[in-house]
Design a protein around this ligand. Structure first.
Ligand code: PLP
Length: 371
């Protein structure tokens, strides 16, 4: 029996795609239910995955209730109605849009469509780790370019390009730092981008940014730049559980991505909810206000506690607490879930999502106790 199991394990090790053999599994933020189940704590709060603390808008709930009656029917395969609504809002053509099961799926479609073994992908480190995990699964080599002052070092990323480089991922704003690259930095970068490289700009937190000097990435696409922009309904639009995100690019790039997209990749509830979310501007404004006020309060409290943090443009803050893993564990015991940052080689840091006023206060009280 033991020998048979060992033989099977050895055989599977030979069968596994060598590109994924050594890949780590992505670790998401701990769900509240899991913490409560494991530790018996009740009333835990999660400030770990940059979700919208207000929840979905009432019009999204209404749209979901209506859409639930039709779940025995396959969804609209190409998200036609959603595409029309969003294209109009963004001032682009429907052919320049593609939807995915979260923007995670758009990253995967881009990698599948453009990467072959031996190609090279450049991304900043630390940034969203999925760029590396998915690129490696397609046999690409990844070059991490260290952040400078917690911000993308675009000149260094541009200087790292060579013949094998195919994709450059730029998270703007960046996760886990909450920092942005500005219009001028982006313009310089795009000006120098060689023809054999596609820039992929991840704007998952776009809706939270309030600065005037944020790049208008879609304008670059309108002008024919070799650029893919990714956004999501998971954050400001509060639909993380439904899994829906999108990519914007030149129509030819979108056609290539559609070749590897699974039919019906975006479910019908997600499509209806996304249309309703786009139409509820008031909820987005409420969300932004909540986040702006919450981030200002949290920043003030962190200063009072004498803690260093990275000034953030979005709905989370990276803060230096000494032993990040110890503080993370201690906060868990108090029913507050944040993210430890040792997985991003920032062992002294944790990342906290801006919550409601009550959640922020609870986090600060718990943090004061565990420090
Ligand atoms: C920078 C960044 N990009 C993409 C994603 C994935 O978002 P989605 O829920 O749309 O798959 C996240 C999720 O946390 C993120 O932080």
């Amino acid at each position: 029996m033991w020998l048979t199991l060992l033989r099977k394990k050895t055989m599977l090790e030979k069968l596994i795609n060598p590109f994924i053999k050594d890949l780590p599994v992505y670790e998401p933020g701990k769900p509240v239910q899991e913490l409560e189940r494991e530790s018996g704590i009740s009333g835990a709060i999660k400030l770990a995955s940059n979700e919208n603390p207000l929840g979905p808008s009432p019009s999204v709930i209404k749209a979901l209730t209506e859409a639930a009656l039709g779940v025995h029917i396959y969804p609209v395969g190409d998200c036609f109605y959603l595409k029309r609504t969003l294209a109009e809002k963004l001032g682009i053509c429907c052919g320049q849009l593609i939807f995915g099961n979260g923007s995670d799926e758009i990253i995967a479609l881009v990698c599948q469509a453009f990467l072959s073994p031996g190609d090279e992908v450049i991304y900043a480190y630390p940034a969203f780790i999925e760029y590396e995990l998915i690129s490696r699964a397609f046999g690409a080599k990844c070059r991490r370019i260290p952040l400078r002052n917690f911000t993308h070092d675009l000149p260094a990323m541009a200087a790292a390009v060579h013949a094998e480089t195919k994709l450059i991922f730029i998270a703007n704003p960046n996760n886990p730092t909450g920092t942005t690259v500005d219009k001028n930095q982006f313009a310089d970068f795009m000006r120098g981008l060689p023809g054999h490289v596609i820039a992929v700009v991840d704007e998952a937190y776009y809706e939270f940014v309030a600065t005037d000097d944020f790049p208008d990435s879609i304008e670059y696409i309108r002008q024919g730049a070799q650029l893919i922009v990714m956004r999501t309904f998971s954050k400001a639009y509060a639909l993380a559980g439904l899994r829906i995100g999108y990519g914007i690019a030149d129509a030819q790039i979108i056609q290539y991505l559609n070749r590897v997209r699974h039919p019906f990749n975006v479910n019908s509830l997600a499509q209806s909810a996304a249309i309703a979310a786009l139409q509820d501007e008031a909820h987005l404004i409420r969300t932004r206000r909540t986040i702006d006020q919450g981030r200002a309060c949290l920043s003030q409290e962190l200063e009072r506690l004498g803690l260093e943090y990275v000034p953030s443009a979005v709905n989370f803050i990276l803060l230096k607490v000494g032993q990040g893993q110890r503080i993370y564990q201690a906060l868990l015991r108090k029913g507050v879930i944040v993210r430890a940052m040792d997985c991003y080689d920032l062992p002294e840091y944790i990342r906290v999502t801006v919550g409601t006023q009550g959640e922020n206060t609870r986090f600060i009280e718990a943090l004061r106790e565990v420090l």
